[in-house]
Write a protein that binds this ligand. Structure first.
Ligand code: HEC
Ligand code: HEC
Length: 320
């Protein structure tokens, strides 16, 4: 009896913890946030929604090296997954937003993303009677501020967690949930030192680290990470450690989206961060482990968006 208990308890002491399912306390707010998430009318063109670059049918990413924004603008950096982003200590590659709510205002007003302004986006939503009713029901007033729009978006994003991955089932004591190869990969992930930066519930997302600890990262992308905010030399190439949850779905990899295959990304990490050249077999084992981190994807009814009214400002899909 004692032996069985010890065995069942042991996996929980691992440096990676299972993802907890979302605890929805305000379903009406989540539903409103879901509508806004899918609503391209939050963009100037009337064509780009949050889901355009964080496609929930594709692991919450766009599977492009860098995103396409307003007027086919070429984005400067890879779109991170929104899955499990509620577990990040800060948002964005350089951590410039503290919360999901703060983050959500960014893309709407970014000229190279949704190309709109907070006032114009709020005007559009306010002009739609059914949205006004929903804001009234959730917030007690129908003024439809950007504050409420981003609050509802964040409430929806908090539900985008992916529990029940094979690795989580293994952590909870289901011995056969992952293959012996994946288990070897997990042991290597720990013994090689990946775990120092990729740990916790999200297997990342918990700290800012330098890309290129041992060897510099060669890239065409001009982003300097946190140094872009602070101007400090010591902050050069400091990025938020990405989550490795669902990583098999979120290619291409790194902030510049330069690597399409997980094998290559693992090889780069081992060399640049840890000064280790892994064998092909070892890389394969780590990749097998990483694939066990794919959890249950968001599963919900696609929201129907309320129609515009005669008062709704028209979208500007082309030109300025
Ligand atoms: C044109 C593409 C595009 C659109 C549209 C877009 N995003 Fe993003 N999103 C990105 C990119 C690129 C980043 C990374 C930017 C950076 O770190 O500098 C990002 C970052 C994020 C992050 C931070 C994730 C992390 O791990 O740091 C969240 C959360 C997010 N977006 C949510 C949203 C929401 C909510 C909307 C809609 C209001 C939205 N995005 C619209 C491309 C887009
Ligand atoms: C010193 C901290 C550190 C260590 C050690 C480390 N990583 Fe990373 N990892 C990072 C950072 C920072 C990034 C983002 C770098 C970038 O995009 O420029 C990253 C990115 C990744 C990515 C790409 C994720 C994505 O969505 O783009 C993978 C895969 C990855 N690491 C796997 C590993 C593996 C496997 C190991 C061990 C061999 C490892 N990492 C060791 C900090 C670390």
């Amino acid at each position: 009896m004692l032996g069985a208990q010890a065995w069942a308890a042991a996996p929980m002491n691992e440096p990676i913890q299972p993802i907890q399912p979302a605890n929805i306390t305000d379903p009406a707010k989540v539903e409103l946030g879901k509508q806004l998430w899918f609503d391209p009318r939050l963009s100037r063109s009337g064509f780009i929604s949050c889901n355009s670059c964080h496609n929930l049918s594709m692991g919450g990413s766009d599977n492009l090296p860098t995103s396409i924004g307003h007027n086919w603008h070429q984005g400067p950096i890879n779109s991170p997954t929104v899955l499990n982003s509620s577990l990040n200590v800060v948002q964005f590659w350089d951590g410039r937003a503290k919360t999901l709510k703060e983050q959500a205002g960014g893309p709407i007003a970014n000229p190279g993303e949704m190309g709109f302004t907070h006032n114009l986006a709020s005007d559009v939503v306010r002009s739609i009677p059914q949205y006004r009713d929903s804001f009234k029901a959730v917030y007690g007033d129908d003024t439809v501020s950007i504050d409420h729009i981003t609050d509802a978006l964040a409430a929806f994003e908090e539900t985008l967690v992916t529990p029940n991955a094979p690795f989580d089932r293994w952590l909870k004591g289901e011995k056969d949930a992952i293959s012996p190869t994946a288990l070897k990969g997990y042991e290597l992930f720990k013994s090689t030192g990946c775990i120092a930066c990729h740990n916790g519930e999200a297997v990342g997302g918990a700290s800012m680290q330098k890309m290129g600890m041992i060897e510099p990262y060669v890239t065409q992308n001009p982003s300097q990470g946190v140094a872009g905010l602070t101007g400090k030399d010591t902050d050069r190439m400091l990025f938020k450690v990405p989550t490795l949850r669902n990583v098999e779905l979120t290619y291409p990899y790194f902030h510049d989206g330069a690597y399409w295959n997980l094998d290559e990304a693992v090889d780069v990490m081992a060399r640049l961060q840890l000064g280790r050249k892994l064998s092909q077999e070892e890389v394969g084992q780590i990749v097998a482990f990483l694939k066990t981190l794919t959890g249950d994807q968001p599963d919900f009814k696609l929201p129907q968006l309320p129609p515009s009214s005669p008062q709704t400002p028209h979208p500007v899909p082309f030109g300025q």
